[in-house]
Design a protein around this ligand. Structure first.
Ligand code: PHE
Length: 450
């Protein structure tokens, strides 16, 4: 039987925008700034940049090449290249399936915050209990979750070119413009000086193994690696598109937006908040920033613009998650796109509900001592992703051999960082990934603090 032709992105820009849309997400805007603050400012920024162009580069090249070579989503791509490695396809596919529901819960919070600022409730949002009261409710956060999933569904149902690509081509440029606008507004204020110095001048005395491990953990998540997304998007990439150049562009996008987010948030918090606010971790975006906005003239407008930007970032990432799962279902069960989309949406709502309730009525349900949402986050980011990344390195480095990937990249042009790719994928990355895995498990379980 002849296979139906696989959908594809229309060309280079479409591919880069969609992949960058996946990479740029909550990880860049919310997680990156607080990690940077926690791990010593400029030094973290520097280490992160080095990791992006080495580790991140090698793994992203490998995943996209695997996808394009096989024309399959993760579930079949590995077994297609080596039948004994089918298990890695299954493991990889589990990651987006776990992440999607809780990512959308947070997407729902972001959507709610747009309306909070647009309707002028800036002062209320700055109250210290506002956020925890909101997420602790039973129905409201779930309605926002459903709305966010619905928005994702509408786009993914239109398919790769007319849905995912079109939406990314519109949203990504807007996101860049809004980020530059908000960052310049903050940077040119005199109060921003101190924060800028902290952020931009690396202080080498703050360097430690912690800095590297923190940056590595952030790297996979932020570049959407080790979850089959880049394999799926690679499978939609045309053979004429230059793979290495595209990867470089995706990295510029991802690092660029993370960098701008740091510029927006770190000086603002220095100037308008207290130094301690930088340690606010995960709550930074929903708890501390509203306080910062409430203290600024034009803060309401800025808050609304900021959350719209975050919304676009989160939506394009959620789209990539849904698309990846949909493509797995379509490859595996030969289901139609629309049916697969609806099933994934229902899954998102069904499993998202406990994550949401975990902050309210179900707060006493604490698997391994985590809230339900954090538990899913822990299993996917701290356990499964490093394992998948490690096995992917072994698979490429020793099973299909780096040459298989290099040949795919060289289909149209030179692979200029071939050596870096080879050394990282075979030697350096696997060793480091094992270290992160051990440290992140130990950290989360409270066995020891790195
Ligand atoms: N890369 C995305 C970000 O930085 C995170 C993400 C994770 C996206 C999982 C899709 C899937 O937020």
């Amino acid at each position: 039987m002849e296979e139906k032709k696989r959908s594809s992105f229309s060309g280079k820009i479409g591919f880069v925008m969609a992949a960058a849309g996946s990479a740029v997400g909550l990880g860049n805007i919310w997680r990156f700034p607080y990690l940077t603050a926690e791990y010593g400012g400029g030094i973290f920024l520097l280490v992160y940049l080095i990791l992006v162009v080495t580790f991140g580069f090698a793994l992203m090249i490998a995943e996209i090449a695997i996808g394009r070579k096989t024309g399959k989503s993760a579930i079949e791509a590995f077994s297609n290249l080596n039948p004994k490695w089918g298990f890695l396809g299954k493991l990889t596919s589990a990651v987006p399936i776990i992440i999607f529901p809780y990512y959308c819960v947070i997407g729902g919070w972001v959507t709610k915050y747009i309306t909070v600022f647009i309707t002028g409730q800036t002062q209320a949002a700055a109250g210290s209990e506002y956020f925890s009261n909101f997420i602790g409710q039973e129905t409201e956060p779930i309605l926002w979750l459903a709305l966010f999933i619905f928005a994702t569904l509408i786009i993914v149902i239109f398919g790769v070119e007319k849905g995912v690509e079109k939406a990314s081509k519109v949203m990504m440029p807007i996101l860049v413009i809004l980020s530059v606008a908000v960052a310049s507004f903050v940077v040119f204020r005199p109060e921003a000086r101190e924060g800028l110095r902290f952020y931009l001048m690396p202080d080498f005395s703050k360097f430690s193994s912690k800095t590297v491990l923190g940056a590595m953990g952030q790297l996979f998540y932020s570049l959407s690696l080790a979850m089959g997304i880049m394999i799926t998007y690679g499978s939609y990439m045309r053979k004429e598109v230059h793979l290495e150049k595209s990867v470089k562009q995706i990295e510029v996008f991802d690092f660029g937006i993370a960098f701008l987010a740091g510029l927006m948030i770190i000086p603002a918090v220095f100037a308008f908040g207290s130094g301690d606010d930088l340690q606010a971790g995960a709550g930074l975006m929903f708890v501390v920033l509203p306080k910062v906005f409430a203290n600024m003239s034009l803060g309401g407008v800025l808050g609304a613009v900021f959350f719209i930007l975050v919304f676009f970032a989160a939506l394009t990432s959620a789209i990539s998650l849904m698309e990846t799962i949909v493509s797995i279902l379509m490859d595996r069960f030969r289901w139609k796109r629309s049916v697969s989309c609806i099933i994934v949406a229902l899954w998102g709502i069904l499993i998202g509900i406990p994550s949401s309730l975990g902050y309210g009525v179900w707060s006493n349900v604490q698997p391994l001592g985590f809230s339900i949402l954090d538990f899913f986050d822990f299993i996917s980011n701290s356990v499964l992703m490093p394992i998948v990344a490690f096995l992917t390195c072994i698979f490429v480095g020793y099973v299909i051999k780096p040459k298989a990937v290099i040949d795919e990249v060289e289909l149209n042009g030179k692979f200029s960082r071939k050596r870096i790719f080879q050394i990282f994928i075979q030697y350096i990355a696997p060793i480091f990934i094992i270290l992160i895995l051990l440290s992140s498990i130990a950290n989360s379980m409270g066995w020891w603090k790195i």
